[in-house]
Design a protein around this ligand. Structure first.
Ligand SMILES: [Zn+2]
Length: 334
């Protein structure tokens, strides 16, 4: 069971920094429906004619644990195959997620009770906000949305919320179940780096560092609170998801600063995460170390989604430990 509250708010916070005014105040529509789905069946709510780049936030409440999928028309027609779902999760009793609609068309929220023993009541609440066609999506929007989705598809975790908030201080922090990025922190990064792309790269790294604390804690990894371990975790995820150039770009930038002190004061006065030159050097070293990602596989593989493991087995990446993947899949099929 996992929950991803993807970062609609964060996206808004980011794009509002230098984006056209009103970016996050688009036309929006919401709907709420309820029903019941029998054991062994699925039911779907159709969302008609969503425009490309719309932000869609979905909240599903159910009386028993069921699967929840978000699919476009094409994927929906292929049910019961679910590989092409844009989002796939389970409720416990509740799940919240959001995505950015990749293309115009009909979409379906599917309540999947095929493996249920009893029927389940459900409520689906949907809010869609149109992004304007001219603006389209910024790179940051797309990558953050993709990242949230990728995390959920790759790893099993209890709960992960990533949200932006006005904190009154420039900070980023994590708790047991989620990450809060202060809008002031994003603004300060942008002011300090004075470059939207670099600010986005740095924010992505910081986000993954915090995600690292949350996931390692949920996975009972003993060093979840260690800052260097969280930096390693963030670097490893960036390499696994093909974002290593961004990690390198931001680390190089920080490493090249004449002194870390000024930046630390600017960025991290009351933060336990100073982006010191030393940390930047670590990141640079790790990104170019092919052993690092392999070293982390014994920690990560037991928490990978089965579908993700199967994909790694069929198409191993440079960092895949084929023995570990095979062993884990064998354990699960017992
Ligand atoms: Zn930390």
């Amino acid at each position: 069971m996992y929950r991803v509250i993807a970062s609609v708010l964060l996206l808004c916070a980011l794009t509002a920094l230098r984006g056209p005014p009103g970016y996050c105040a688009e036309k929006s529509a919401s709907a709420r429906v309820g029903g019941e789905v029998s054991a062994g069946k699925w039911k779907a709510l159709r969302l008609r004619n969503l425009p490309q780049a719309a932000r869609l936030a979905v909240e599903v409440t159910t009386s028993i644990e069921v699967g929840v999928l978000l699919m476009d028309q094409r994927a929906y027609r292929r049910l019961p195959a679910t590989e092409e779902a844009l989002f796939q999760g389970r409720t416990g009793d509740h799940i919240t997620f959001s995505i950015i609609v990749p293309h115009s068309g009909n979409y379906y929220v599917v309540i999947d009770n095929r493996d249920g023993k009893t029927s389940s009541k459900f409520t689906i609440a949907v809010r869609a906000a149109a992004g304007t066609a001219q603006q389209g999506l910024t790179d940051v929007d797309q990558e953050l949305a993709r990242l949230s989705d990728t995390l959920g598809k790759a790893f099993i975790f209890d709960s992960l919320t990533i949200r932006a908030a006005k904190c009154g201080t420039a900070n980023a922090f994590s708790g047991a179940k989620g990450v809060v990025i202060c809008a002031e922190y994003a603004q300060k990064l942008l002011d300090t780096l004075d470059n939207k792309k670099k600010a986005a790269d740095a924010l992505m790294f910081i986000l993954l560092h915090e995600v690292g604390h949350v996931l390692m804690r949920q996975w009972d990894y003993p060093f979840y609170n260690n800052e260097e371990v969280a930096d390693e975790f963030a670097t490893v995820l960036m390499v696994m998801f093909g974002q290593e150039d961004r990690a390198r770009a931001q680390a190089e930038y920080f490493a090249a600063l004449p002194t870390s002190t000024e930046l630390e004061h600017k960025l991290a006065k009351d933060d336990r995460h100073p982006l010191s030159v030393q940390r930047a050097r670590n990141i640079l070293r790790w990104v170019d170390d092919p052993q690092l990602v392999r070293k982390w596989q014994p920690v990560l593989v037991p928490h990978m989604q089965t579908a993700f493991l199967k994909r790694l087995q069929q198409r191993p990446t440079a960092w895949t430990s084929q023995a570990l993947v095979k062993q884990e899949l064998a354990t699960r099929s017992k």
